[in-house]
Design a protein around this ligand. Structure first.
Ligand SMILES: [Zn+2]
Length: 101
């Protein structure tokens, strides 16, 4: 089993409370990894109770100048928003499958 890299994505240090966590696809990573941070954010997006609001969180809402603003896309870029949307989709399918089982 591969050793988990516990370095913090923000500062590069290993924090004493770092622990191993399992992603939805079964990969074991550090609780300080970008993959885990993103999956936590995706869970929060999924918990937003409207499709419209989930879209706005990711891609922004139209402001009074007719421009999208305030979303992940505007703050962190298109690539980040699409990556996060992909993880949200994956979590959604996984939840659906466990409902059906
Ligand atoms: Zn840190």
């Amino acid at each position: 089993m591969a050793e988990v890299d516990h370095r913090c994505l923000a500062c590069g240090q290993v924090h004493p409370d770092a622990r191993e966590v399992t992603l939805i696809d079964g990969t074991v990573v550090s609780s300080y990894s970008e993959a885990w941070r993103m999956e936590c954010e995706a869970r929060a997006v999924l918990a937003i109770p409207s499709v419209q609001k989930r879209r706005e969180y990711l891609f922004g809402s139209i402001d009074r100048f007719g421009k999208p603003s305030g979303g992940v896309e505007q703050r962190r870029g298109r690539e980040s928003a699409l990556q996060l949307a992909e993880v949200v989709k994956r979590l959604w399918y996984a939840a659906k499958q466990s409902d059906a089982a």
